[in-house]
Design a protein around this ligand. Structure first.
Ligand SMILES: Nc1ncnc2c1ncn2[C@@H]1O[C@H](COP(=O)(O)OP(=O)(O)OP(=O)(O)O)[C@@H](O)[C@H]1O
Length: 242
């Protein structure tokens, strides 16, 4: 269907997936306050891939936690599909986060005593999906990330790279609109890192989720179509690549 408004105003785009307006965040430490984010403005379009880089301690994880709605800004608004999510009550915010945002962190918080399949199924079961459906969805994603032969291995029997791929499958089972990754390959060797970089790239192409990756790795940043650097509390755009 043709959007009449878009036809009249071709320069008006659809509502962005995420819009951050004047985001401020600081912390009180001992008897001192540090201002980490000092007025961030950004837009994340549906399906785009963004690398966030910047020196250690500059606030990259802080930004990712706010994007993931795990932490609130001191000032400013975060809109998802035009909705101010920090106005949701805590139950609605938790349900929104569960359904819309996937997380892949360096320390992936998998349950070591459970199998790869059980870990990947977990978000679906928590979401109330029937066990059979949860198992099938999780199995498909684990096969997709190359773990066909590791489905019933316990997490503590898997290599670091394999564990990170389980974490990736788990983050994607609910088809989130936004996938947030914080140093997803920070503890992996070169070969395993490269595999996870390729997977992130390919899964974004196949599934169309928006992907934001915080990384010190120039190799991983190079896979993202957009790169931004956090510097002195602000975001600087580094350029685009198609
Ligand atoms: N809960 C907190 N309480 C106090 N200070 C905090 C808290 N969380 C983060 N900080 C401080 O805020 C600053 C930004 O931290 P953040 O973890 O976001 O940096 P980063 O850019 O992700 O660093 P790295 O690349 O080393 O992981 C740091 O100086 C950190 O010590």
């Amino acid at each position: 269907m043709v959007d009449e408004n878009a036809k009249r105003h071709p320069f008006i785009h659809e509502t962005p997936l995420v819009q951050g307006c004047n985001i401020h965040k600081g912390f009180n430490t001992d008897n001192r306050r540090i201002e980490v984010l000092t007025g961030l403005n950004f837009i994340l379009q549906q399906g785009e891939t963004v690398a966030v880089t910047g020196p250690s301690g500059i606030g990259k994880s802080t930004l990712l936690h706010i994007l993931g709605t795990l932490d609130r800004p001191d000032h400013g608004t975060l809109l998802f599909n035009g909705e101010n999510v920090f106005r949701f009550n805590s139950d609605r915010l938790a349900a929104f986060r569960n359904a819309s945002i996937g997380f892949v962190f360096q320390f992936h918080h998998l349950l070591a005593e459970f199998s790869a399949l059980e870990n990947a199924m977990m978000p679906l079961l928590i979401n109330g999906r029937p066990r059979g459906e949860a198992e099938e969805t999780a199995r498909k994603l684990l096969v997709r990330v190359g773990l066909d032969n590791r489905l019933t291995h316990r997490v503590n029997q898997l290599s670091g790279g394999e564990q990170q791929r389980v974490a990736l499958a788990r983050a994607l089972v609910l088809s989130p609109a936004l996938l947030l990754a914080d140093e997803p390959t920070g503890n992996l060797d070169k070969k395993n890192s490269e595999h996870v970089h390729e997977l992130l790239y390919e899964l974004n192409r196949e599934l169309g989720m928006t992907l934001v990756v915080v990384t010190h790795s120039t190799a991983l940043a190079a896979y993202m179509r957009r790169r931004v650097t956090l510097s002195e509390g602000r975001l600087m755009e580094e350029g685009k690549q198609e």
